[in-house]
Design a protein around this ligand. Structure first.
Ligand code: ATP
Length: 610
């Protein structure tokens, strides 16, 4: 059962300790930045070091200018020196502007590259994971968080680099202020510490809220998608679902808005209070410096220098401290990325995995195989034993939910049996190298995907390495009867299919099935499985397609799933499943002879066609 939101929010509450622990990801992240582009990282650091020294230099030149002006007023100053200093300050101001622009340019480029690199890493990693992981809600939340934190990572990148720069600026300013008045540093800490603690508290609250809302945000995205998409538009109109979907979206999104609003209001209130305290200490320091100037302890130039330096240090320290909090917070999101990358697939090669047979000799044996989907109560396949000798065409029949597709997934090792074994040429399927096994088992599922790509690419997905092999693609299309469909398209094989992109043309259900079937011919695997990809064809067309298929792949093993007995009868062997168990098995003639369920259903359908 889904956990309640309040309970999840509590679980997701992250404290100081978690934030500190998350900081351990920062070095890993820095490595990632460096790996992405050493040149850009180095340029960024150099530019920031230069920029960091400028505020102190500008303030100090300002002090020299004021003192020189006062000396001139008293009649003892040096005009040439004064104008030299003015020119220097102008030069420094110009340099500061140029450096800022350079830094934001390099930051932007690095951010884009990091975002690309991590997206690619997430996609590559997701591809290695198991099918059942994709069917698990917690897994999706992790994937979603890893994906969504892309912008967080970009912010973290700029923040880390800016933090480095601010620290250097603070150091340079601090050294010069201590030289004049060490007490100012103490006042400075008093001014910023309370507001740092407050900032940090609210950052944690915000993170907990966002994180605990991951499933709801996923639901919001889903509602947004089904509310307005090419795939659902038809049903939304016919069933009049628009209000149902938008109301649900509105209710959920407003709930989040109110929670977020309350947090933002409290944050703004406390922020204003501590901001006031900060200003108070600044003016305290200001009074101290003015008194020193009146007493003749420091010059007017030094007064402006110190007042300016104190203000900059106060702002700088405040930024540094609040950045520590946001860096900690964003590092928590980094944790999501690294956590996701750490997920390992359950179905993987053993260290001593053996090569897949170049030519299967004996075939497959199911030995008391049972399988239960993760979290399911009932077995989808239960204590199933049968043989599929190499070169045999096996048809699977059974009612909806009998376990036919599940059996196919077990054969392709998309899942592994909960108990029992599947043997291939006498060895457990788990012993073979997974990539080779997948290479040698081709499945066209009933819910095959309609890629919004060209007709050529839609066929080539059967063996994408051969995308450039036009002759092979066309030959597969001829075999599956997709060639006739493609001939009728304006752009032929280069015709974009679907509805999503400009210039695309959509096909009928049956036409799509012919395209999908061509993938099986591209695959050229030792075991080909057709899991009802022909349901949109009429009975005669389906019969022809299957007959063609069995002829064209003669010598190879095949598993065919169909609800039409006229098709099923052409298979060498028929396995009748009921509730995941073997009910009957044999050739069409044998099963008719047996006079059991198969015979009953066959006669029922045959009568329907008479
Ligand atoms: N991903 C899944 N997670 C949990 N249970 C599942 C999953 N897929 C299927 N099932 C359950 O396993 C059982 C067998 O389903 P399966 O898809 O293998 O049936 P099928 O014989 O192919 O049905 P159909 O003729 O409708 O395609 C069903 O009870 C179904 O509810």
């Amino acid at each position: 059962m889904a956990k309640s939101r309040a309970k999840r929010a509590k679980e997701e509450k992250k404290g100081w300790r978690d934030q500190l622990a998350a900081l351990k990801n920062v070095p890993l992240f820095l490595q990632l930045i460096w790996r992405t582009s050493p040149q850009l990282t180095l340029t960024n650091v150099v530019l920031r070091i230069l920029q960091a020294a400028l505020p102190t230099a500008i303030l100090y030149v300002g002090k020299l200018i004021i003192d020189e002006v006062l000396l001139l007023l008293e009649g003892s100053g040096d005009t040439t020196f004064l104008w030299q200093m003015v020119a220097l300050e102008f030069g420094l101001a110009l340099a500061s502007d140029l450096l800022s622009r350079g830094i934001s340019l390099v930051d932007g480029l690095l951010t884009d590259l990091i975002s690309n690199t991590t997206s690619v890493e997430i996609m590559r990693h997701a591809a290695t994971l198991d099918l059942y992981q994709f069917e698990d809600a917690d897994f999706y939340d992790k994937l979603e968080r890893a994906r969504q934190s892309t912008s967080r990572r970009s912010i973290l990148l700029s923040q880390l680099l800016a933090q480095f720069q601010s620290l250097i600026t603070l150091l340079v300013l601090g050294v010069s202020v201590i030289a004049f008045n060490p007490w100012l540093i103490l006042l400075l800490v008093l001014a910023v510490l309370p507001s740092f603690i407050q900032e940090n508290y609210f950052n944690q609250q915000k993170y907990s809220l966002t994180r605990s809302w991951t499933p709801e945000r996923r639901e919001l995205d889903y509602l947004r998608f089904i509310g307005a998409s090419d795939v659902t538009a038809k049903e939304v109109k016919i069933f009049g679902l628009a209000n149902f979907i938008t109301d649900r979206f509105e209710e959920l999104s407003m709930k989040y808005y109110y929670l977020n609003r309350n947090l933002s209001i409290r944050r703004a209130g406390w922020g204003a209070f501590f901001g006031g305290i900060s200003s108070l200490t600044y003016y305290g320091a200001y009074v101290l410096i003015i008194l020193q100037t009146i007493n003749g302890q420091i010059s007017v130039g030094t007064l402006t220098f110190l007042a300016g330096a104190f203000r900059r240090m106060q702002q700088g320290l405040q930024t540094i401290l609040s950045r520590v909090a946001t860096i900690g917070e964003n590092a928590l999101y980094l944790q999501d990325l690294f956590d996701f990358l750490k997920i390992r697939p359950g179905i993987a090669d053993r260290s001593d995995a053996i090569p897949f047979p170049a030519k299967i000799k004996k075939g497959w044996v199911f030995e008391n195989v049972s399988f239960r989907y993760p979290g399911a109560e009932k077995f989808a396949i239960e204590d199933l034993s049968f043989e599929l000798p190499a070169g045999t065409k096996l048809a699977l029949v059974g009612e909806n939910g009998a376990g036919k597709t599940t059996l196919v997934k077990l054969l392709a090792r998309l899942y592994e049996p909960t108990s029992g074994r599947i043997l291939l040429d006498g060895r457990d399927l788990k012993e073979y190298r997974l990539a080779e096994l997948r290479d040698n088992v081709g499945v066209i599922f009933q819910d095959f995907f309609r890629y919004q790509l060209t007709a050529r690419e839609n066929i080539a997905v059967g063996r994408i390495e051969e995308l450039e092999e036009a002759a092979r693609i066309e030959e597969s299309a001829v075999k599956s009867l997709a060639a006739e469909v493609i001939d009728g398209l304006p752009e032929k094989y280069d015709q974009l299919l679907g509805r999503r992109f400009a210039g695309a043309m959509d096909l009928s259900g049956g036409q799509w099935q012919k395209i999908a079937l061509a993938r099986a011919y591209m695959r050229d695997a030792q075991l080909l499985i057709l899991d009802e990809p022909t349901s949109a064809l009429d009975a005669r067309a389906e019969y022809e397609v299957f007959q063609r298929f069995t002829e064209l792949i003669s010598g190879k093993s095949a598993v065919l799933i169909s609800h039409r007995f006229s098709t099923v009868r052409m298979a060498d062997v028929i396995l009748f499943l009921e509730f995941g168990k073997r009910l009957e098995m044999g050739s069409h003639e044998e099963l008719i002879e047996l006079g059991g369920r198969y015979a009953e259903l066959f006669n029922l359908q045959a009568r329907g066609y008479q």
